[in-house]
Design a protein around this ligand. Structure first.
Ligand code: HEM
Length: 451
């Protein structure tokens, strides 16, 4: 008889009591993990919508009204950036990491309370950071405290998913994607440590809760190219060859890509911006060649339960990655160029990272979060088209407006912001309705849903 659980189909009735109890335990664990992951995802969506995108749109509308790139407070811009990078994408990555890394590496399970404690510290850290950037209340105490909470949350995550020995047998040799995820994890640690150090410095010596422009430029290279980009490459190389039917991964090329990217991040942090940009472009080209996105496929793509255009948007996102790196070479040669740097940053964060999270997220999260099916593949298509349209308008008109090439482009920027806001809202709606719908009964072992 069914127990009403989505996993009921996995426990055949003829099993003996001991096997049934082991399976019941595994099913209960899977349900708790899905619950944990769903909490991380919904939290990330909240950060994405209000402290992240809504504030970004507000900032952009104000900048466009004043027709001046530096017409708003740097603390407000940094509040938006931190909420997007850490509040949204960072929270998604921690949740997906807790759910999937021990399974993919066949590690011993971690204690669930570690996942919940990490969530509580992380959310407190990111929320306090946003509030102290925006309201400046007691920021000399709150900024370093929020940074310390984020570091603590990271350490709990790290020891939970990285320090457990394989559950049985001979350890699996490390595949190339694992090295890339480790590089990204070190990038996250470096970003959090820099944030903590700079927040303490600021509390002691600065007059407002905002990093200096010079430090912020260097810090953003570490947190975007050093953390998010390799994280996306790592999970892309693990999942996309299967999802898109690509030819086998070129593992050693992927490692070269990660090496060039790391050198680029170090050069960028040392303010060698042209060298950094060339290395970052070299790394991105190598990653595209390693994962083989633009070569003839080996098999049909697995697009069941998502929109059939899924592989097209992944390829477009990797196109944005290459464009972002190319724009940063231009920006580094152009002297004072806030429009080109801003365009490069949003080609990367919206064109590549948000598009990848939206595409792969809608492919994997419904099944990870309790074996659900995406509510509306058609809405997925609509939101991805809107995101790409908004991003194209944003990147093009930011260069034209901020660099004084064309005054009419100031009027396009708010339109681009509203289109992007609509896209992210539709993404949140599609996921939340999916989570509110009942699970489907499964007959396939969970480990096979991403194979
Ligand atoms: C509706 C979409 C978005 C809008 C309207 C928006 C708007 C803005 C604006 C006006 C700035 C100030 C600098 C500039 O003018 O270029 C900015 C900076 C930034 N944005 Fe966005 N943004 C959006 C989406 C995103 C997303 C999805 C991410 C990351 C995933 C992101 C990450 C950042 C970062 C890291 C900065 C730099 C912050 C700093 O200087 O410390 N943005 N954004």
């Amino acid at each position: 008889m069914s127990d009403g659980s989505p996993f009921a189909g996995q426990r055949p009735v003829w099993l003996d009591d001991k096997t049934k109890s082991v399976m019941d335990h595994a099913i209960a664990r899977e349900q708790s993990l899905s619950h944990l992951l769903m909490t991380y995802i919904v939290t990330g969506l909240v950060f994405m919508l209000l402290p992240g995108t809504f504030l970004g749109v507000w900032n952009l509308i104000k900048i466009s009204n004043q027709e001046e790139a530096d017409s708003i407070s740097p603390a407000w811009i940094q509040a938006h950036g931190h909420a997007q990078l850490f509040g949204w994408v960072g929270t998604f990555i921690l949740g997906i990491g807790f759910y999937s890394i021990p399974k993919l590496r066949k590690l011993k399970p971690f204690a669930l309370w570690e996942g919940w404690l990490c969530w509580a510290l992380w959310v407190a850290g990111v929320t306090i950071r946003w509030l102290s950037n925006i309201y400046s209340w007691q920021w000399r105490v709150l900024m370093p405290s929020s940074a310390a909470l984020e570091v603590l949350a990271f350490l709990i995550f790290f020891q939970a998913v990285a320090s457990h020995r394989p559950s049985r047998g001979v350890p699996k040799p490390w595949e190339s994607w694992i090295f890339v995820v480790i590089a990204a994890t070190l990038g996250l640690l470096a970003s959090l440590a820099l944030n903590l150090g700079a927040s303490i410095q600021m509390a002691l010596h600065a007059s407002s809760p905002a990093f200096s422009h010079e430090f912020d430029q260097r810090y953003l290279i570490v947190s975007t190219w050093g953390f998010l980009v390799p994280m996306v490459w790592g999970f892309s190389s693990r999942w996309l060859p299967v999802f898109m039917g690509l030819q086998p991964l070129r593992g050693s090329w992927l490692l070269v890509a990660a090496g060039l990217n790391t050198l680029g991040v170090v050069a960028g942090f040392l303010e060698r911006f042209t060298t950094a940009s060339v290395l970052l472009l070299g790394g991105a080209v190598m990653a595209v060649l390693a994962i083989r996105f633009f070569e003839p496929t080996a098999k049909a793509a697995k697009t069941i339960n998502v929109h059939a255009s899924f592989p097209v948007f992944i390829r477009i996102a990797y196109g944005w990655l290459l464009l972002a790196a190319s724009l940063s070479i231009w920006a580094s040669r152009a002297g004072e160029a806030p429009g080109i740097w801003g365009a490069s940053r949003h080609a990367l964060t919206v064109g590549f990272i948000a598009a990848m999270v939206f595409s792969v997220g809608q492919r994997i999260l419904p099944s990870f979060c309790g074996m659900r099916v995406l509510w509306s593949p058609r809405l997925m298509l609509v939101m991805l088209v809107l995101l790409m349209t908004g991003c194209t308008l944003r990147v093009a008109s930011e260069i034209l407006a901020y660099q004084n090439y064309a005054a009419w482009a100031w009027n396009v920027l708010p339109v681009s912001a509203l289109i992007e806001l609509t896209a992210v809202t539709l993404f949140a709606v599609n996921l939340i309705v999916t989570f509110l719908r009942p699970s489907v009964a499964v007959t396939t072992p969970l480990s096979m849903t991403t194979e």
